[in-house]
Design a binder for this molecule. Sequence first.
Ligand SMILES: Nc1ncnc2c1ncn2[C@@H]1O[C@H](COP(=O)(O)OP(=O)(O)OP(=O)(O)O)[C@@H](O)[C@H]1O
Ligand SMILES: [Mg+2]
Length: 351
Amino acid sequence: MSEDRRSHLLEVRNLKTYFFTRRGIVKAVDGVSFTIERGRTLGLVGESGCGKSVTSLSILRLISPPGRIVGGEILFDGVDLLTLDEEAMRRHRGKKIAMIFQDPMTSLNPVYTVGYQIAEAILAHHDISKREAWQRAVELMRAVAIPDPEQRARNYPHELSGGMRQRIMIAMAISCHPELLIADEPTTALDVTIQAQILELLEHLRQTMNLSMLLITHDLGVVAETTDRVAVMYAGKLVEIASTRDIFHDPQHPYTIGLLRCVPKMTTDPDGQRRRLETITGSVPDLVNLPPGCPFAPRCPEAHSACRQGEIAFTEVRPGHLVRCVARGSEVISHPPNLAVGLESQTGDGA
Ligand SMILES: Nc1ncnc2c1ncn2[C@@H]1O[C@H](COP(=O)(O)OP(=O)(O)OP(=O)(O)O)[C@@H](O)[C@H]1O
Ligand SMILES: [Mg+2]
């Protein structure tokens, strides 16, 4: 094995994706960096609106105006996706990097059978006959544990349950043997039992196909069993990144600690509902005109004046466990005040 063989499949460096709106610049993703190793799963967690989906869409370069990737690098197998032309990027999408979304109903076409839609996904990247593609579609449906796949392949999306539809989406996603699977809230629309089954399926596929996964969720409970590492995002920035074990056993950032308090203990109410036991007081800040410093400071029980004085640097509290918090020893970096000037004129994501 050569020495420079990369263990990172994906390396996101200082990614910045902004939306240039009439209200101002929405810094949806503002300097985000993380890596995903081959065959590993990274969980990306944070409250609604913190920039999780924009991060994943940026990786696939699916950001459209008024949004633009204004900075950073997205190294996939050592190649910066942001430098590829649209044709080369299209070859990556679906083939090397696949994505599944929260609501399969919006991604499936209601007028075609599910077998047809999986076959079409296969045909988009393979030069085989329609008949072979159909056979492969049925095999894929079997692989994602859909009972009686020959019959089911002839069903339309509305004839299947939510859990089955999500399995169809997963079958489509893995149809071209991607190396990276991005799953954006893949189980949010499903009830708890089905949710567990889908997560189990994803875990099984990760192991058998040596997939790398980016699992996006607002629910820390979901990442506990499924991920190797967790990145915690708040208001467009990462605030903590560590092994899943360390996130659960020794969380450092007050926001992570707050999120963990919101995770329902593994009990459910008599009516079968998971219930939020506690919420973090206050709300996510407006991403336009964020004040300098830690974006969580206004809600933070441990905040003091230094937190608001400038950008907070990451501190490594133990190997591989990074946190951005003054109360944990992070440095405050001051920037020249006119750093944002000139953004409007940048060419963005090359589209
Ligand atoms: N087209 C757009 N124009 C302006 N702002 C946008 C646009 N798309 C997203 N944003 C903003 O970017 C921020 C991040 O959005 P994103 O969808 O990534 O959040 P999220 O973490 O995925 O939330 P959720 O958990 O609700 O899915 C939000 O403040 C959102 O309002
Ligand atoms: Mg989202």
